[in-house]
Write a protein that binds this ligand. Structure first.
Ligand code: NAP
Length: 267
């Protein structure tokens, strides 16, 4: 192990689920800019291909788009097979796709719960399982889950099913990290705070203003903030890190009260 940055990104094949927009697109861009071969996914193949073409043009990198609905186990298996066919191998999986529909608990149906758990929790678990044979063939691998502060660290009224899915990812992460350690595959998670994406914008200007006020570093996060964390956890430099979480939230989960935020002084 040397102290010189060593990851040969140009030899790495990376799958990013939910790469058609938001955090996933940012993660895909970061890997593409390092020279990795990137496959980004979304439900619709045509949309994924269009986003991939745009990213390839913008970065000069190698990016392809593959359609796969994470609610469908066969589609996830087909995705892994397709990426291995195109790239010859899979080294990194960023299991990032997720949904966050608001639903108060008293109105929540079994179908609402199933939808969120199927995409966010079962979908990421099945994506890891589907990429496993390819990583075993390589003899090492990196899994980076996009979890959230919501669930593992905090709660948010209206998002209890979402919080359960994101906390569930961490239970999965710890078991998977142990099982896959002998194969040289690490499994870690990034826990984003509030990150500026189309999904977050849909929460409205008032939400964004109030969220910004609750973040000690004074801004909503950028997709690049999460992408850089994912890049590190997927790098060779992170070889000795597994089963861990990395919170990227601008300090949002630090204050113990509104008073502790109010007492912060602007320079
Ligand atoms: P987003 O802008 O809404 O993007 C969601 C992505 O997931 C899209 O690429 C979408 O692709 C894909 N997706 C949704 N349903 C899918 C399905 N059934 N099958 C396959 N792909 C599906 O969301 P985001 O804000 O970037 O969030 C990305 C991840 O970060 C999620 O796991 C989210 O929980 C987590 N997160 C976000 C924030 C935040 O502040 N933004 C904070 C904490 C955690 P298509 O629509 O093309 O299918």
């Amino acid at each position: 192990m040397s102290f010189t940055p060593s990851t040969p990104w140009q030899d790495r094949s990376v799958v990013v689920t939910g790469g058609t927009r938001g955090i996933g697109r940012g993660i895909a861009e970061a890997f593409a800019r390092r020279g990795a071969a990137v496959a980004l996914t979304g439900r619709d193949a045509k949309t994924a291909e269009e986003v991939a073409d745009g990213l390839a043009r913008a970065t000069g990198g190698r990016v392809c788009g593959v359609g796969a609905d994470l609610r469908e186990p066969e589609a996830i298996e087909a995705l892994a097979a397709e990426v291995e066919r195109r790239h010859g191998h899979i080294d990194v999986l960023c299991a990032n796709a997720g949904i966050f529909p608001e639903k108060p608990l008293r109105e929540m149906t079994a179908a609402d719960i199933d939808e969120v758990l199927h995409v966010n929790l079962r979908g990421s678990m099945l994506a890891v399982r589907a990429c496993l044979p390819a990583m075993e063939r390589v003899g090492r691998g990196r899994v980076v889950l996009t979890s959230s502060i919501t669930g593992p660290t905090t709660g948010f009224p209206g998002w209890s099913h979402y919080g359960a899915s994101k906390a569930g990812q961490l239970g999965f992460l710890r078991g998977a990290a142990l099982e896959l350690a002998p194969l040289g595959i690490t499994v870690n998670a990034v826990l984003p705070g509030n990150i500026r994406t189309e999904g977050l914008d849909a929460m409205g200007a008032d939400y964004l203003r109030r969220m910004t006020a609750s973040i000690p570093l004074g801004r909503i996060g950028e997709t690049a903030d999460i992408a850089h964390a994912a890049l590190f956890l997927a790098s060779d430099e992170a070889a000795f890190i597994t089963g861990q979480t990395l919170t990227v939230d601008g300090g949002q989960t630090l204050p113990e009260s509104l008073d502790s935020l109010d007492s912060l002084e602007a320079p």
